[in-house]
Ligand binder design. Sequence first.
Ligand SMILES: [Zn+2]
Length: 850
Amino acid sequence: MMTEPSYRLPRRVVPRHYRLRMEPDLDTATFAGSEVVTLDVVEATDHVVLNAAELQIDQALFVRGDARAEAEVECDDEWQRATLRVSEPLSAGRWELRCRFTGILNDQLRGFYRSTFDDEEGNEQVIATTQFEATDARRAFPCWDEPDFKASFGVTLVVPEDLMAVSNGAEVEQAPLGDGRVAITFADTIVMSTYLVAFVVGPFEATAPIDVNGVPLRIVAPRGKMRLTGYALECSRFCLDYLATYYGIAYPGDKVDMVAIPDFAFGAMENLGCITYRESVLLVDEEIATSAEKMRILDVIGHELAHMWFGDLVTMKWWNGIWLNEAFATFMEMKAVDAYRPEWKRWLEFAAAERPWAFKTDELAGTRPVEFEVRSPAQAEGMFDGITYGKGSAVLRMMEQYLGEEPFRAGVENYLRRHAYGNTETSDLWESLDESSGRPVGEIMDTWILQGGYPQLTVGITDGGISLEQNRFLLIPDPADTRTWKVPVRLRGMAGGHPFETSVLVEGSLITVPLGGPVDWVIANAGGHGFYRSRYEEPLLEALVGRLHLLDPVERFVLVDDAWTFVESGRSGVSRFVSLASAFGDEREQAVWGALLGAIGAIGHHLVTDGARRRYEGWVAGLLAPLADRLGWAPADEETDLERRLRGRVIDALGRLANLPEVVEQARSVYEQRLADATSVDPEVAGAVISVCAAHGDADTYERFLDRYRTVRNPQESLKHLRALASFDDENAVDRTFGLITDRTVRSQDTSWVLARMLANRVTGPYAWSKFKDRWHGILEIAPPMTQSRMADGFPALSHPEVAADVAAFLAENPLPHAAKAVEQKLERLSALVKMRERETGALAEVLPE
Ligand SMILES: [Zn+2]
C-alpha cells in the first residue's frame, strides 16, 4: 500500500535568519528578489527541500567559509516545493544559502500582490502588498513555510523614491540608488513564523508616531485619508497598553504600524509590527459612523494586537492549532473592547452576535470539531469559520468564568512566558491553566474542542430542586446521538422563597441539583456565558416569562434566542414564539430586540404567505408601536449609543418588515436631508434610512446609491451603500448588481458577501439564484478563493421547496471548490428551514391578529 507523502518539509535543515531584498516593479506587476538565509544543516545532505510557488529561482548557492556549492533547482508545482541539489553533501553545521529569484505581483490578494485605488483626483494608484497566512510567503520568496520553522527576518525593500514602504521592523536606513529608487532597510525582527512577514509599498502616508510604553505607534493609509485615522489611533493606543498589562509582558516588536489596504481578502492580518487591514475596519469618519461600525474597528484592532503575543510571540506548531490562535484573539478582543468602552456591553453583543454565529453551524450534523487533524495547509483553510472564532472564543469565555478571571489570566501569562519565541500544542495552554486554577481544564475542554456539537440542558422540577438533563442539540434532531459534554453551569433564581446562585459541572446525561426547597424560578445559564441551550419544563418557562424584569439583559437575550431556535428545529411551534414575543413590550435593551427582530424577520421571510402578509405587517407594527412612540426619529442628548442603536433597529423594522408607508416616506426625506448635511442626522437613523430606502427603492434610487458607493471617500459610507445595492426588492436591480460584480465595480474582496446578500432577499432571492447559476464560472473567477464560503451564507434563505431542491441539485453538480464544508452545512440548514416552512406556515396564519 502506498502511503501518502508527508506534507511536512524534512527537518534536516533549519533556517535561522533571512536577509531579504525585494524589488517590486509596480508598472509591470513583477518583482525581483534575493535572499541570504543563515541555516543549520542538522545532518549532512546532498539536497535541501523548501517551499516556493510561482517563483523562478535563478540561482541557489550554498556558502560556508571558503566552501561554495552551486545547487541545481528542481521545482514541484503541485507540492509548491523547490529541491536544491548539490553534487557533494553539505556537511553538518552552519551554512548560508544565497538565492536570486523573480516572481509576479498577482491580483489574487495573496502572496505578494498588486492592488489599485483611485486617489482624490480620480487617478489610479498602484500598491504592492502581502498576505502570507496561511501558506503564501512561498509566493514571495523561497522559504521554509511552516509555522514552526521560526527565524528572524532582515528586510530591504527597493522602491521608487516617491513611495512609502513598510515592513515588520522599524526603518533603519534609506539608501538612494541614483536611479530614482531608494533601498529602505528595516530592523531585524524577533524569531517568528514566515506567515507573519509583510511588505507594503505604495503612495501611503502615516500619522506621526505616538509613544505607547516606549513603542512607536502609527496609522498608515493611502494618501489623502489621514483625516480618517484619528479613531483607530486612539483605539490602538488603548489596546496596546491594555494587552501588555493583561499579558504582563511587554510588546514583543520594536514598533506598531496599522496599515489600511484598499484590497484585502480578510478583515485584517496580524503581521508582527505591520498589521494590515481592509480600509473599512481601520479608517472612519467618527462623526457620521454608527456605534456598530466604530465597535467593529475597535474589535479588529483589539484582535490583531492580541495576536502580537498570542500567535506571533507564541505560535502553534502546525495548522491544526490555528483555531486556538483565532479563538483566543477573539476572546481578548472582547475583553479589550469591554475595558475601553464598557457602555457598549461587548459581552452582551458577543452573546448576540459571535456565539449565535457558532451555534448556527454547531447545531448541524455537518459541523466539525473545533480542532481536527490537518494534513495539508489547504485543509486549514476550512478553519477560518464560525466554529473557530465563535465557538472557540465562547468556550474560552465559559472556562474563564468558571475558573475565575484572575486564575485564567495568570495561566495565560504563564503559558506565554514559558513558550515565548517558540511553538506550542493546544494542550500546553490547558496545562498552564490547570496549574494556575487547580482544576482539570484539559479534561473539560477536550469535550468541547475534540467533538463537534453542543448540548441542550433540559431543566425539570424535582422535590426540593431541579434536574438537568443533557442531550446533543441538533437542528434536525437525532435521538441516536448520545454524546455528552462536561458543562460548567451557573444557576440563579429563587427556591423556597430564598434567592440562590450556584455553579455545577454537569457530566453524564442527568444530574439533580438540590436547592433547599421547591423552586420558584431558575435561570439555567446565569450570566449567559454557557455554550448550550436551556429548555425549561413548562411551569419553569412560565415563571421566567412572568419575571423578565429579574433577568439580566443577556439572560433575556438567551431566552429569546433559545426559544426561536426551538421553533426552527421543530421542538416548539411558532405560535408559542408569537406569544413569547408579546411579553417583551417593556423591553429596552437593543440586543434583546435584535434577537426578537431577527426571529420576526425570519418569520416574515419563511412563514408568511401573500395572503397573510398584511396581518403580519400589522402584528410587527403593533409590537413596535410603544417603542416607536417613545423613541421617535431624533435622539435626546443624554441617550447612550445603545439606545440610539435601538432606534435604528426599530425604524429599520417598521420600514422593511411592517412596510409602514409613513415610515418609508419619512426615511426618504431624511435621506435627502442627510445628503445635504451628513452630520444633521443621527448615524443610527441614517443607517436604517438607507436600508429602508433600498427596500422600497426604484431605478432612480438605485443609480443614486450606486453613484454614492462609487464616489464617496469614506469606507463605511461606501459600504452602507454597497450593502443597500444588494438589497433592492427589484429584479432589474439584481441584474444591475450582477453587472457591477462582473465589471469589477464591486471590489473582488466584496463579491462573495454581496452575492449572499442578494440570495437572502425575500422577494428577489430566487431570481438572484437563477442569475447566479448563469454566471457561475465567471463569478468563481472573480471571487477570491478564501472568501467563497461566504457565498454559501445566502443559501439557507432559499427555503421555497422547489428552489431549495434546485439549489441542492445544482451544487451537487457544481461544487464550490474552496467551500465544500460550508456548502454542506448551509444545505443542511436550508433543508431544516424548508421543513419549518412546511410545518409552521399554516400555524402562523392562525395566530396572526386580524
Ligand atoms: Zn486573528
